[in-house]
Design a protein around this ligand. Structure first.
Ligand code: PNS
Length: 160
């Protein structure tokens, strides 16, 4: 059975992430989406459990997806779920350098391969960092994120 592991910070999960998972779910027998800590990002808006809950609701329609939220090395998750490959979305050339570095490190650590899916151009400008910023200052992010994420963002910044 082929298993794709789609990792990320997902802080928060957005429509670009969703599209990558939907496409991976058509290519692999099953997909494990892992919300992880990115030690390069010191503070997060949502706790891992909050992210996991939003992701679960956002992906209810995808039957071959499971979600984990853990605070470990990605290669350990890949081993634990018996992943055939790590799958990541690439938005632009600017993503490539760090993604290549992580792919090479993960392969050196455990032999796991990373496959890249180019995101649709309609999603290529969407980034969690920008969504947090737009939502914090009261901007409308509803076209960029699943409904539950828009609701949680609104709650998070209500009264600020
Ligand atoms: O969405 P992001 O922030 O680009 O995802 C990065 C993430 C979470 C996949 C990466 O930071 C990660 O793999 N974190 C888990 C810790 C780990 O394995 N670090 C070594 C990466 S080579």
């Amino acid at each position: 059975m082929s298993i794709a592991l789609v990792p990320g910070s997902f802080d928060p999960f957005h429509n670009g992430h969703l599209e990558v998972v939907e496409r991976a779910a058509r290519l692999f027998d099953s997909v494990v989406v892992a919300a992880l800590r990115n030690p390069q990002k010191s503070s997060t808006l949502f706790e891992l459990d909050e992210r996991r809950a939003m992701m679960a609701e956002s992906m209810e329609h995808i039957t071959n997806v499971t979600i984990v939220s853990v605070s470990t090395l990605l290669v350990d998750v890949a081993r634990d779920v018996n992943a055939s490959a790590i799958v990541k979305g690439l938005r632009a050339v600017s993503d490539f350098e760090s993604e290549l570095q992580m792919a090479q490190m993960n392969r050196s650590l455990s032999g796991v391969e990373t496959l890249f899916i180019p995101t649709s151009s309609k999603y290529s400008f969407i980034a969690s960092r920008l969504l947090r910023e737009v939502a914090r200052f009261g901007g409308d992010v509803t076209t960029f994120v699943p409904k539950v994420v828009a609701e949680r963002l609104e709650e998070k910044f209500a009264g600020e």
